[in-house]
Design a protein around this ligand. Structure first.
Ligand code: NAP
Length: 334
């Protein structure tokens, strides 16, 4: 059976990719940064009742060359999922940009001259919809302007651009295929205790830590659909050379608050904060700093391309959020 490398196997999305690949009968090699975290990945598979006998864990850091050739050796496909994902704005933007850009190039370079036929790169809507002043409807033709972005979207934009540039320059004899997926905020079941950055947003909403919602409009997609899209894109030649946005639906935060409140999460806010107040608080809160450009603006997404390639019905944003907060409750986080 074909072997697949999944980078960032400890992560929220990475774990779901590993799970779906193992269930699909693939041999999986997952990368972790430190050997001790390997047991977490194996443990997560056992908890999910997945046979982990075809799972191998190797160490590789996006900032170092060591280990990547060995990680890729013998793999037919690579899902490059790893990249630092934090909402806080770091003091030095290179904490996010270097691993994102250098790591992507490191993985792609290590694939040259090997058995790898295709790489699926996890980019983000952050590489699509940031830094546009008045635009409210986005498609795969759009690119974030890295000069107008906070560090995370900048890291994702520069990494994706570097990947496409690398592929364009690759000599014909060394070619392999690339598909890029651009998910919006990913929610849904967690396979480990690490709830991840995007589900933390739902935790903040459901726990009432956010007393009222910033007027932010964003897309939501379930992690199971994101992983399924990665696995399908891996073998589907129709997706070669494509970037594809993954979003089930877009809504204002207050709309999501209402969904949670109606399901019994009484602390979830449904009122909206005035934009000026968010701007003031953002001066002292680096999580909010990144969202200021989006205040009061819609970000709708043209989903036609994803529907063409991934024709199943995605888990609804509402159902995904509710499953997430119920799991957070079971985990004692709510
Ligand atoms: P996550 O849970 O934080 O996973 C990130 C993964 O990247 C972890 O396995 C992490 O390893 C690994 N990583 C970070 N820095 C690394 C480095 N220097 N070397 C090696 N590995 C490194 O985040 P996620 O939500 O699953 O995100 C996975 C991917 O999806 C990222 O590329 C992210 O940009 C993209 N994405 C996420 C969302 C979302 O809403 N979740 C939306 C769009 C795109 P450690 O466990 O060792 O830290």
């Amino acid at each position: 059976m074909d072997k697949v490398l999944v980078t960032g196997a400890t992560g929220f999305i990475g774990l779901h990719c590993v799970e779906q690949l193992l269930r699909g009968g693939y041999e999986v090699r997952g990368t972790v940064r430190t050997e001790s975290r390997g047991a977490e990945v194996v443990g997560a598979m056992e908890l999910a009742n997945v046979d982990s006998s075809k799972l191998e864990i190797v160490c590789a850091d996006l900032l170092k060359d060591d280990g990547w050739s060995e990680a890729i050796d013998g793999c037919r496909y690579v899902l490059h999922v790893a990249s630092p994902f934090v909402l806080e704005v770091p003091k030095d933007e290179n904490e996010l940009i270097r691993p994102a850009v250098e790591g992507t190039l490191r993985v792609l370079k290590a694939c040259v001259g090997t058995a790898v036929e295709k790489v699926v790169l996890t980019s983000s809507f952050a590489a699509v919809g940031y830094g546009h002043d008045d635009k409210t409807l986005f498609s795969e033709a759009d690119w974030s302007d890295p000069e107008q972005c906070s560090p995370y979207p900048k890291s994702k934009t520069l990494a994706e651009q570097a990947a496409w540039a690398f592929m364009t320059e690759l000599p014909e004899a060394e070619r392999f295929e690339l598909t890029v997926l651009n998910p919006v905020a990913v929610t849904g079941p967690m396979l480990s205790d690490d709830i991840g950055t995007s589900n933390d947003l739902l935790l903040q909403l459901a726990s009432g830590v956010m007393p009222a919602c910033p007027k932010i409009h964003m897309g939501f997609v379930d992690v199971r659909d994101v992983a399924k899209a990665h696995v399908l894109a891996m073998t589907d030649a129709q997706t070669n050379g494509e970037r594809i946005i993954l979003s089930e639906n877009e809504m204002f935060f207050a709309g999501m608050g209402k969904v949670l409140q109606q399901a019994g999460f009484a602390k979830a806010p449904t009122r909206e904060l005035p934009n000026f107040l968010v701007k003031v608080v953002a001066l002292f809160n680096s999580q909010l700093e990144g969202v200021v450009p989006f205040l009061g603006r819609k970000s709708d997404i043209d989903k036609s391309k994803a529907k063409r390639h991934f024709a199943w019905t995605f888990v609804s944003a509402e159902q995904s959020a509710l499953e997430t907060v119920k799991q957070l409750q079971t985990m004692g986080r709510l």
